[in-house]
Write a protein that binds this ligand. Structure first.
Ligand SMILES: NC(=O)c1ccc[n+]([C@@H]2O[C@H](COP(=O)([O-])OP(=O)(O)OC[C@H]3O[C@@H](n4cnc5c(N)ncnc54)[C@H](OP(=O)(O)O)[C@@H]3O)[C@@H](O)[C@H]2O)c1
Length: 299
């Protein structure tokens, strides 16, 4: 099969023929149609992110949308022909920048029928991050104020909608040209962070997708979630401070599918690239200006 191989730290992403994997017991073999690109991909390529858990030759990528081609012994909930999506194996390698992946069957869920593979492939890691923060960690309630930094990016634009779906009052930060996009997603307030920060101190949940944001906006007793880099430098004794690392999660994917099918969650794909242009996709992502998601097409 064709896959994008990296042979050394920070080395080039090279299209190469490699053996097609075979599913072990409880695994499925998925023909990948689309592989979403996330910041952890380019961080890992360069030696950060999840690089410490990988070995060379390394096949990058975690987000998959595709079709089950074969099931391993013991798999009862998926069958050949099922359209699935997921973020398997994270933080270990999933090797999604390839024509096929194998992974535990329960790291996948049925793909939302209303989405193309490109759209579904854009969702898993970013949407699961947003879901696991807002639902599992914060348990956001109607009327709560949620402040999301980098709200127009991959995680942010989904977090805005997931918070709105739970009845929250949502404030998002982005540069001015992205404010119409955020309003269209349902944000109640938008802040151009280049002109200043949120002025209040009444935020119930602050989702910091930039890293290093001040927790001053959080009300006493509220929650600060540091998404990119942990929370080592955040100091406040009167609030809950939490890092997060997204986990494979079929239940979370099924909840995300339900939000998509009910029209409460849509994914914005900023750019697509053919598999062989994975390096170009990383270069675009590394500009830090992505609105929504970048996806590799692997068919
Ligand atoms: N812990 C975890 O499990 C986990 C999971 C997913 C992602 N992450 C991390 O979370 C971060 C966000 O991920 P992502 O996929 O959403 O990234 P992304 O899609 O690459 O984010 C791009 C967005 O960031 C905004 N941005 C850039 N610099 C900013 C700044 N200084 N202030 C406010 N906004 C800024 C840009 O908007 P403007 O053009 O408006 O600036 C752009 O829309 C990354 O560091 C990623 O590694 C962690």
């Amino acid at each position: 099969m064709r896959a994008i191989i990296q042979n050394e730290l920070n080395g080039p992403l090279t299209l190469t023929d490699v053996p097609k994997p075979a599913p072990l017991p409880t695994e499925v073999l998925v023909r990948v149609h689309a592989a979403g690109v996330n910041p952890v991909d380019w961080k890992t390529r360069a030696g950060g992110g999840m690089a410490g858990l990988q070995s060379f030759p390394f096949i990058n990528g975690w987000d998959v949308s595709g079709v089950v081609e074969e099931v391993g012994f013991g798999v009862t909930t998926l069958k050949p022909g099922d359209e699935v999506y997921g973020m398997p194996r994270f933080p270990h390698a999933a090797s999604a920048y390839a024509e096929y992946v194998t992974a535990p069957s329960r790291h996948f869920a049925k793909k939302p029928q209303s989405l193309t593979h490109v759209e579904a492939g854009a969702l898993p890691l970013a949407a699961l991050t947003a879901w696991q923060i807002l639902k599992d960690t914060a348990d956001v309630q109607p009327g709560q104020k949620v402040l999301i930094t980098a709200a127009a990016g991959g995680v942010g634009h989904l977090a805005v909608q997931i918070a709105k779906a739970h009845g929250a009052y949502v404030i998002g930060t982005a540069r001015g040209p992205k404010h119409a996009f955020l309003k269209d997603l349902g944000a109640d307030e938008v802040i151009d962070y280049t002109l200043g920060d949120y002025a209040g101190n009444d935020i119930d949940v602050l989702v910091d997708l930039v890293g290093g944001s001040s927790p001053e906006a959080v009300r006493s007793g509220g929650l600060f979630v540091g998404v990119p880099s942990g929370v080592d430098s955040v100091r406040r004794d009167d609030i809950r401070i939490s890092p997060i690392l997204v986990e494979p999660d079929r239940a979370g994917l099924e909840a995300i599918t339900a939000l998509v099918e009910s029209g409460e969650l849509r994914v914005h794909v900023d750019a697509t690239f053919p598999l062989e242009d994975a390096g170009k996709a990383h270069a675009l992502g590394e500009t830090g200006r992505t609105q929504g998601k970048i996806v590799l097409e692997t068919l």
